[in-house]
Design a protein around this ligand. Structure first.
Ligand code: AMP
Length: 419
């Protein structure tokens, strides 16, 4: 009796074939857009000290309070599979003394993240994000540049029916009096709020704008809006970001209910959604986090960044798979036999050392099967190796000739030069 099959865990997926290729094309576009704008690649560990997210993302957020994969290592330390990328990047900025480099330091990543969410189409427990963070400057032009770069990436990936929502959360000092006003409003409507929102009125009143429950949504329609209570420097920063986005022709809608689910945001926040996606319409978003690095033990350094879901970009887009390299040489065996097989394997190795793309049949096919496989792969040359010599077929010209096996690579290279 065979053993029961083991399946991939719920909310995870395998990346196969064309999907892998489409992801490669996303990665190369992201690299060219972001590295062209001065972003350097960074990859941080898959797990971090749990404290990083508790302190960085905020214990009252859904991510930290309900969605983290946290475990204890054999040494008794609490570790967490990263649920997001900004806190780890800021940790790395502090840990590597990046404040000593020329500011802003611009970093980008393409990594997997983990959240224990209810799995459904477009929402997974392990998912991928491409992200970009610019640290060490509070210039509003950095906000506008960052948003424009994501807009470019999404448009190059063919993301359909996109909308960009934009708002400002002000700075913590500036929003203190607003916060008191909002808490008072929520207390006055406490009975109509969901238990969850009621439970975090003091810890995180702004998150009430994010609630799905109809009672809370009704209450929030009449709630005071932060955008109407920003102080003058936050208002000025927001006005500059908007003017620069206009200048860069990036369309946006102001949404004064946009708060985002992470506690570290200050001033600019934004989110791209696609109406082509169903319930999970968020494609990517981010904002400014001027206090985060200090909160993680670094010297004060402002920052702005975003993360966009790779699976969501692909669902919303029409990206074509990256082109696979053309096959220059297919090595076939005239007939099964160990001498010819050795010669063929030697030829394959020699061709690859010379920089040619080369494959050989390793599936025990007949010569006819090998030739049709080579044709399906679009091989430019096919070398049919026998114990004594090799027949080299030029598949484009339709010509063939016999030659010593150790001259085949030379002949292919010469023929390519002649093209
Ligand atoms: P966030 O880090 O929550 O701001 O999310 C940024 C983007 O990551 C979202 O707009 C989604 O595109 C993507 N994302 C977040 N959570 C998930 C998930 N559980 N599954 C798939 N994509 C996700």
């Amino acid at each position: 009796m065979s053993e029961p099959r083991i399946k991939a865990p719920r909310g995870t997926f395998d990346v196969l074939g064309e999907q892998a290729s489409v992801r490669s094309s996303l990665e190369s576009r992201a690299r060219s857009i972001l590295e062209g704008a001065g972003y350097e690649r960074i990859e941080t560990p898959v797990f971090e000290a749990t404290e990083l997210f508790a302190r960085g993302v905020g214990s009252s957020t859904d991510i930290v309070s309900k969605e983290m994969f946290t475990f204890e290592d054999p040494g008794g330390r609490s570790l967490t599979l990263r649920p997001e990328g900004t806190a780890p990047v800021c940790r790395a900025y502090v840990e590597h003394g990046m404040h000593k480099r020329r500011q802003p330091v611009k970093l980008w990543y393409l990594s997997c993240f983990f959240r224990h969410e209810r799995a459904q189409a477009g929402r997974y427990r392990e998912f991928w994000q491409v992200g970009a963070e610019a640290l060490g400057s509070d210039d509003p032009a950095l906000d506008a540049e960052s948003i424009a770069l994501l807009a470019t990436l999404l448009s190059q990936m063919g993301a359909r029916e996109l909308r960009l929502r934009l708002s400002s959360l002000g700075s913590p000092a500036g929003r203190e009096s607003y916060r008191e006003r909002l808490v008072a409003y929520l207390r006055a409507h406490e009975q109509e709020l969901s238990a969850e929102v009621r439970g975090r009125i003091d810890a995180n009143p702004l998150r009430a704008f994010d609630a799905d429950d109809p009672g809370t949504r009704r209450v929030m329609q009449g709630a005071p809006r932060l955008l109407e209570h920003l102080d003058s420097s936050d208002l000025d920063h927001f006005a500059q970001v908007r003017a620069l986005l206009d200048l860069a022709s990036v369309p946006y809608e102001i949404d004064d209910t946009l708060v985002r689910g992470l506690d570290y945001y200050t001033r600019t926040v934004f989110e791209f959604t696609s109406d082509a996606l169903g319930a999970q319409s968020g494609v990517g978003g981010g904002g400014r986090y001027d206090g985060l690095i200090e909160q993680l033990g670094g010297a004060r350094a402002p920052g702005i960044g975003w993360a966009a879901g790779v699976e969501r970009i692909l669902l919303a887009g029409s990206a074509s798979p990256a082109a696979t390299p053309a096959l220059e040489l297919f090595v076939a065996l005239q007939a099964p036999g160990s001498d010819a097989r050795l010669a063929a394997f030697g030829l394959l190795a020699e061709a690859r050392s010379a920089g040619l793309t080369a494959q050989m049949d390793l599936g025990g096919r007949s010569l006819k099967g090998q030739l049709s496989h080579a044709a399906a792969l679009g091989a430019r040359f096919v070398a049919i190796v026998s114990a004594g010599a090799t027949v080299l077929k030029d598949m484009q010209a339709g010509a063939q000739r016999e030659l010593p096996t150790d001259t085949v690579v030379h002949a292919v290279l010469r023929a390519q030069h002649a093209l």
